[in-house]
Design a protein around this ligand. Sequence first.
Ligand SMILES: [Fe+2]
Length: 291
Amino acid sequence: MLQILTNHSNEYLFERRDGLLVTQFPAVEHNFHCDVGLEDVQFAVNNSRMLVANLSLASDGTPFEKSEYSDGTFVIPEKVDRLFQCGASVILRGAHRFLPGIRTRVNELRRIWMCDVQANLYVSHPNSIATTPHFDPHDILIYQVSGSKNWKVYDCAFKRPENWDSFKVERHGYGDEIEEVLVDEGDLVLWPRGIVHQPVASSFSIHIAFGIKSPSYKDLMIELINLMALEDEDFRVNPRLQSSSAENVHAMLGLVEKLREVLNDQEIGTRLLDEMLAYDFQGDSSEFSFR
Ligand SMILES: [Fe+2]
């Protein structure tokens, strides 16, 4: 199995997910490599009959309309190339589906971390900005393939967003710039979910963002209730059958007590949680998007 860091176990990196700090590992401190060039991206765009959902183009933080480089369903390579030559940044979403070298790394990360991992690839011209400040709702491992990027970090009161909670400036907001992180060629950076950032390419740049899907306690609670409902019809009663809200509250407090009993039983509780974490978060699951 790939040992990602030179002086630490994979668990060391794993434990730093879901924190509140960016952790940077220069090229000499890790064994992670993924050689992808501009020509590989161009080959994928030109030869894949690529769905428009898999490609975004942006300039000065603003995405181009899909109609400017697609027929509504598929990407039109000549139009992509023209916009790219005029300075647009290219974002290849789900890059592991098109580029075998990235797919290999994604599969390794899935095995190491026992969760779904997906990859986006970013190609940027010098001094270009592909996105406005935002957070991503899952942890990200950044690998700077070539060139360098300067990442501005902003203060944000909202912590630990979940996968459904994509960044909206009017809802989440952000404050002052608090840090700059210069990421050089070969660097690996663990970027926990919820940190507001804006990358600016210092030179011609290619980086890969490996999105790491993280379960939360809320996910476990929902899964536990789903499992219990398979066995216990009390969880499956239609609340509209009760004559009053008070009866529903009483019934739901009874279900909470059943949850408490399961979690209090060391053997059943820990076995269920182990099974849920092992089963639900392995391998390729549904799509999740990030910027
Ligand atoms: Fe992002």
